[in-house]
Design a protein around this ligand. Structure first.
Ligand code: ADP
Length: 432
């Protein structure tokens, strides 16, 4: 306003000077011209502002006089708002990135429980497509009846377990619903498939161990009761010896199970040690010596053993794997069968320990489960030959700890080939 008054004042002063010098008409003319110039400048400035307003992000038009007073604060305010908005956007982007990086799934719902947003993890968990499903009711997206029951509660003190059974994508999710903001809902999902599997394995394991120990314990206590309750003279020395032998067998059976369980637990809990070069042929010859005793001259043994081939590893573990495969071959091969034990280096630099037998073989449907703890194709036969059902589980563990692979080829009725294949990095010879 002051600038406008000053401008009018200046033109009035110029008009008055011209009037005093060249006459009043000229003076008024100069003053009028000044006012017209001021109006024209304002008009031009107004049209520039009009153009600028339609593209507010562009810098404002250069302004002179009173316009500068109007435009400068508007422009300053706009610039500040733009900076605040950019900062806010950066914050929002940061929050969205953090929400995406969450290891858990996050889903937001409006007051009608319609999907508003979800992160990628939640999309993967529930199989939803944010673009297509946004605005749809969560009950149409997550159709599990137990979720509907849970979500319709008035409060959710704890999560629920949901089993997603889409073929090929079976998983177990822990789902927690909470209220946030004004009438909005947040669902957090966590994939607990592995945890549940582990829990099932643990329960199965405890059940199996109990079952395995119960049988010999029942037999043992049965005999002990008989011996205690029967009068001394009613049992012949022969009977007494038979009972004692059977009791000893059951006790040894329990001992074998406990020893294998301890081996497994040691393997699981001991750190991954590199070990040192182990001369495998020595271990194999020792295992063969014990194997011949177990075989009692009932089998033909063929040996094909490289003497100076070393594996970097833990001797006791390697010895147990070597002997497990050999004893199995003897136990599951009928009289006169042939057992071929080989230890050699292959062309790719891998070292291979293999035990081939001409025994009973294994049906293809049993092959994938052989290394499970306590899995036995024929429980009776395994027990009769002193098996614990843990030998191959131990062998597989030893293989894993030595970066080796346990391969099994077998045909029912035609024999089996079990191999332990060690990577070149673990193999050495004395001259290396
Ligand atoms: P087990 O103590 O019962 O032998 P393992 O874990 O060593 O337990 O073996 C698991 C099962 O695999 C055995 O019960 C047996 O059914 C089968 N098996 C292992 N080795 C052989 C083999 N060489 N020939 C046939 N079956 C075998």
């Amino acid at each position: 306003m002051i600038k406008t008054i000053i401008s009018i004042g200046l033109w009035a002063a110029l008009g008055w000077l011209c009037g005093a010098w060249l006459g009043p008409h000229t003076g008024w003319g100069v003053f009028s011209l000044g006012l017209v110039v001021m109006i024209l400048v304002s008009g031009v400035q107004l049209s520039r502002i009009g153009r600028w307003v339609s593209d507010i992000d562009a810098p404002p038009p250069p302004s002179v006089g009173p316009w500068d007073e109007i435009l400068a604060p508007i422009y300053r305010k706009l610039r500040k708002d733009k900076q605040d908005l950019a900062l806010l956007n950066r914050h929002v982007d940061g929050i969205m990135l953090a929400a995406e990086a969450l290891p858990d799934g996050a889903i937001t719902l409006d007051e009608a429980m319609h999907l508003t947003w979800c992160n990628q993890t939640a999309s993967d968990h529930i199989g939803l497509d944010l673009k297509a499903d946004r605005g749809h009711s969560i009950f149409n997206i997550l159709r599990a009846p137990e979720f509907a029951r849970y979500a319709r509660q008035t409060s959710w003190p704890g999560p629920i377990l949901l089993h997603m059974d889409k073929p090929g994508q079976e998983k177990t999710l822990l789902v927690q619903l909470t209220r946030y903001g004004v009438g909005q809902f947040l669902i957090v999902t966590r994939d607990v498939t592995q945890v549940e599997k582990l829990e099932t394995t643990r329960k199965d394991f405890v059940a199996n161990v109990s079952h395995e120990l119960r049988t010999p314990l029942t037999v043992l206590s049965g005999f002990l009761e008989t011996l205690r309750d029967m009068p001394e003279e009613s049992l012949s020395a022969e009977q007494r010896l038979r009972y004692q032998t059977l009791m000893l067998e059951q006790a040894q059976r329990m001992q074998a199970i406990v020893a294998d369980l301890l081996t497994l637990s040691t393997l699981e809990s001991s750190p991954h040690a590199e070990g040192e070069p182990v001369r495998m042929s020595t271990l194999i010859h020792t295992a063969l010596q014990q194997g011949r005793i177990l075989s009692n001259d009932q089998h033909v043994f063929v040996e094909n053993i490289a003497e100076d081939l070393y594996i970097t590893g833990i001797e006791t573990e390697l010895a147990s794997a070597v002997s497990n495969l050999l004893t199995n071959a003897i136990r599951y091969t009928p009289k006169d069968g042939t057992i071929t034990v080989s230890w050699y280096i292959s062309e790719g630099g891998h070292a291979c320990y293999s035990v081939q037998d001409t025994g009973i073989g294994i049906a293809s449907q049993d092959l994938p489960r052989l290394t499970e703890r306590f899995y036995r194709v024929d429980r009776g036969r395994s027990r009769a030959t002193g098996g614990t059902g843990l030998g191959l589980a131990i062998t597989k563990h030893v293989a894993m700890r030595h970066n080796a692979e346990l391969t099994i080829h077998s045909r029912f009725g035609a024999g089996s080939l079990f191999s332990l294949i060690f990577p070149p990095a673990r193999v050495s010879t004395p001259d290396q």
